[in-house]
Design a protein around this ligand. Structure first.
Ligand code: ZN
Ligand code: FE
Length: 255
């Protein structure tokens, strides 16, 4: 089992640190400073870095960490990110501390976006800026169709999978979700809990696939209430799930 600890960076990024048998892995170190501080506090060395996509708030610390530690950097294929040692594509697998990590291509937010899934005794998903608690990443590079396919892929993972995403966006995501589905009781309960946590500046993560399936409108594009809300907002007939996603993504961008 990994011990998983969030390290905060910038205003709302989380750099997830995984610790097992003195081996430390970090996911998306946008800033090296807080990671170095964390490692110093724990008297640990960094062994691996996992990168989900090319945005600076997820990659900015690679160079400095690689200079300071003898670590391996795993990340998307292409020469667009400096410092990647092992390039990955859909279907690849690699081992860290005897745990197999599966690579899922999840384009939409960016075209290079990967998510990492482990399914040993402890199913874990590191979803970067694709799947957030209650939301999904903005479509900077990909199409609504690509994001829909990516989220569908994630929706098929086992329900108890814990979901570790890249940002603390939960409260604003659930505020929006409640606008889309005001009658979703589980969503309203979750929103209350999340508001209480955020009042104390506490983390709301991880989430789970089961939770996302019941509260996240972007994971619910085939649910009648979400389809109806998308139609009402766009004032037209919306039938395909990727069109539903397009409408609510647009709605969220203007919310
Ligand atoms: Zn991003
Ligand atoms: Fe980000």
């Amino acid at each position: 089992m990994f011990e998983i600890i969030p390290v905060r960076a910038f205003s709302d990024n989380y750099i997830w640190t995984l610790i097992k048998d003195d081996e430390v892995t970090v996911v998306d170190p946008g800033d090296s400073g807080p990671v170095k501080e964390f490692l110093k506090d724990k008297a640990l060395n960094l062994k691996n870095i996992l990168i989900t996509h090319h945005h600076f708030d997820h990659t900015g610390g690679i160079e400095d960490l690689s200079r300071n530690f003898n670590c391996t950097v795993y990340g998307p294929k292409g020469d667009h990110i400096n410092g990647i040692d092992k390039t990955l594509v859909e279907g690849d697998r690699f081992e860290i501390s005897n745990v197999t990590f599966n690579v899922l291509a999840t384009p939409g937010h960016t075209l290079d976006h990967l998510s990492f899934f482990t399914n040993n005794s402890q199913p874990l998903l590191f979803s970067g800026d694709t799947l957030f608690f209650g939301g999904c990443g903005r479509l900077f590079e990909g199409t609504p169709e690509q994001m829909f396919q990516s989220l569908s892929k994630l929706s098929m993972l086992s329900k108890e999978t814990q979901v570790f995403c890249g940002h603390e966006y939960t409260e604003s995501n659930l505020n929006f979700a409640a606008e889309v589905e005001p009658l979703n009781q589980e969503l309203n309960n979750q929103l209350n809990e999340v508001r209480n946590l955020r009042k104390e500046d506490q983390i709301t993560l991880p989430s789970s696939i089961a939770m996302e399936l019941s509260v996240n409108p972007f994971m619910r594009c085939e649910e009648n209430d979400v389809i109806m809300a998308a139609q009402e907002y766009s004032k037209r007939e919306v039938s395909q799930p990727d069109e539903v996603l397009e409408v609510i993504r647009n709605w969220k961008d203007n919310f």
